[in-house]
Design a protein around this ligand. Structure first.
Ligand code: KG4
Ligand code: ZN
Length: 330
């Protein structure tokens, strides 16, 4: 059985994982840099790159030990090559190249977004191509028609902020701290989603895209007005995001793309209210709903190893000249 070592270091999580070609997760290790970045209220690229350098090799060793393996047992090395913060991406990709070079094993340079996009197939091995994917993370908000490894049609994207970015900015505005998404979700659970009137940008329009900048400004005005409590603002904000995501996704589900399932992936897919709303939407359209477990939604290396497995299976291998790509659309 082919064993893939996956490396992830594109943002503020450093991770190493071992996955088999039939989708068994043999080991996954992750170190988050939350504490390093917390005083700054966001990710500081230089601090992130340094922290990746310090922990990546120990994480690889720990993952190998967890699986009771050595590098000899690994068949393929997969590393995130972008998009993300260039310093961090370099750390993982150069480490992957060094390991591939030293062992003579093939290297696969993985697009981080493809890692998210294929992670639902690692979680649910019965999920077949093609499927409709809502990819919602800190840097992206896209609807993708997923046809196979390396074969994606981008149907919609955000014209300004990503959904996760909107959560993070809202958390900052409300003084909820960092990282923002989970904090806003917790506050929202205590609040009234109808308390604050907020816009739903682009909902109901003929164009396919997402927009969250106007929502963010409205949240800022609501917070500054002093009229509303933080929990009510968080709940109203989360509901507005849900309405936008559901409306845009419904539009594509109705557009006739062949899709065996509605799938959600990326860090924002860890949000329970968003998952529940999308599950209802899928049920309305008579398609199964697939969402990876929470730990597989946020950044991790198992999804990178798995994307490596999927690409390796169809012969998509890279050579040592493959560059780090801080911007790399799927
Ligand atoms: O995929 P991810 O871990 O990193 C990127 O590739 O961006 O996504 C991180 C994003 C952050 O913006 C974070 O606030 C958001 O996902 N997020 C959430 C939740 N957990 C993480 N947003 C809403 N609700 C959550 N529970
Ligand atoms: Zn991500």
């Amino acid at each position: 059985m082919t064993i893939i070592l996956g490396l992830e270091s594109s943002c503020d999580e450093t991770a190493a994982a071992l996955v088999s070609a039939d989708g068994r997760i043999l080991a996954h290790r992750l170190a988050t840099q939350e504490e390093e970045h917390r005083p700054y209220g966001g990710v500081v690229p230089e601090l992130a790159a340094r922290a990746h350098v310090e922990v990546l090799t120990p994480l690889i060793e720990a993952a190998l030990a967890d699986a009771k393996m050595t590098l000899d047992d690994v068949d393929v090395i997969a590393a995130t090559a972008g998009p993300g913060l260039i310093g961090g991406v370099m750390v993982g990709l150069v480490t992957g190249k060094a390991l591939a070079h030293a062992t003579g094993k093939p290297l696969i340079a993985v697009n981080h977004l493809e890692g998210h996009a294929l992670s639902p197939r690692l979680a649910d091995r019965s999920l077949q191509f093609p499927y409709m994917l809502l990819l919602v993370s800190g840097g992206h908000c896209q609807l993708l028609h997923v046809r196979g490894p390396g074969d994606y049609a981008r149907l919609a994207t955000t014209i300004d902020d990503a959904a996760g970015e909107a959560f993070d900015k809202t958390a900052k505005l409300l003084g909820l701290g960092y990282p923002g998404g989970p904090r806003v979700e917790q506050a929202a659970a205590r609040g009234n989603a109808k308390a604050v009137p907020l816009p739903r940008p682009l909902v109901g329009t003929a164009e396919p895209h997402f927009s969250f900048a106007g929502l963010k400004s409205a949240v800022m005005r609501a917070a500054q007005s002093g009229q509303y409590g933080a929990d009510d603002i968080a709940a109203s904000f989360q509901q507005a995001v849900i309405d936008c995501l559901v409306d845009r996704t419904r539009r594509q589900l109705s557009a006739g793309h062949p899709a065996g399932a509605l799938v959600v992936a990326g860090g924002v897919a860890a949000n329970q209210a968003i998952r529940a709303a999308l599950e209802n939407l899928a049920a309305d359209h008579g398609v199964p709903f697939v969402a990876p477990p929470l730990w597989l939604c946020t950044d991790n290396a198992a999804m990178i190893a798995w994307a490596g497995a999927e690409r390796y299976a169809v012969g998509l291998v890279d050579d040592m000249s493959v560059p780090a790509r801080p911007r790399w659309p799927l």
